[in-house]
Design a protein around this ligand. Structure first.
Ligand code: GAR
Length: 203
């Protein structure tokens, strides 16, 4: 293992975290996952990291007076470890300028819809409720807004008339797990260039 030092932030199941860890293990992703940051001590992703031998920084937001307070501690830990890229993979908290500013252009998020449609929570359910015929997944840089940063890559997932959240979610998650490790690899290879709102992938 070598390459870019990354930290993954996650709050829940961790299927995207697992896809990244598996890709590293399989030699398809030239990064080192230095750290999992998780805001839910009981989340399944914590066990996944422990099984993969990846350090965890687990915290309870309510132990801190503000978002800025815990993000200041996270930032210190990221800087101590020389983290070069943050991957938000199901991290269900708003990120403040404490992290966005030092990591702008070095922090990405995966979202379960085709942004700019259906930002925020429950992108899968929002798309179904709206009645779209296609939805999908987006990987984007994180800026100060809600899922509003420059888009790096998207994949389309068709919606069947009979779909429910239970039937659509597995196809969205499969699309995410297929997309995210490849995007991280392109970043690790220096192929992803950010120019204003436009992202160009070379080579
Ligand atoms: C993923 O579908 C991710 O796109 C979504 O949370 C899920 C986490 O799954 N993120 C958001 O909705 C962020 N707005 P996972 O824990 O199994 O990777």
């Amino acid at each position: 293992m070598a390459g870019l030092k990354i930290a993954v932030f996650a709050s829940g199941q961790g299927s995207n975290f697992q896809a990244l860890a598996d890709a590293v293990q399989a030699g398809r992703l030239d990064v080192t996952i230095e750290l999992l940051v998780c805001d839910k001590p009981q989340a399944p992703v914590v066990g996944r990291a422990e099984r993969a031998g990846i350090d965890t920084w687990v915290f309870k937001p309510k132990d801190y007076p503000s978002r800025e307070a815990y993000e200041t501690e996270i930032l210190a830990e990221l800087e101590r470890r020389g983290i070069e890229l943050i991957v938000l993979a199901g991290y269900m908290r708003i990120i403040t300028p404490v992290l966005v500013e030092p990591y702008y252009g070095r922090m990405i998020n995966i979202h379960p819809a085709l942004l700019p449609s259906f930002p925020g929570v429950n992108g899968i359910g929002q798309a179904l409720d709206y009645g779209v015929k296609v939805t999908g997944v987006t990987v984007h840089y994180v800026d100060g807004g809600m899922d509003s940063g420059p888009i790096i890559a998207q994949r389309v997932v068709e919606v069947a008339d009979s779909d429910t959240e239970e039937t659509l979610a597995p196809r969205i998650h499969a699309a995410e797990q297929a997309l995210l490790p490849g995007v991280v690899q392109q970043i690790a290879q220096g192929k992803v260039k950010l120019d204003g709102r436009k992202v160009m992938i070379t080579g």
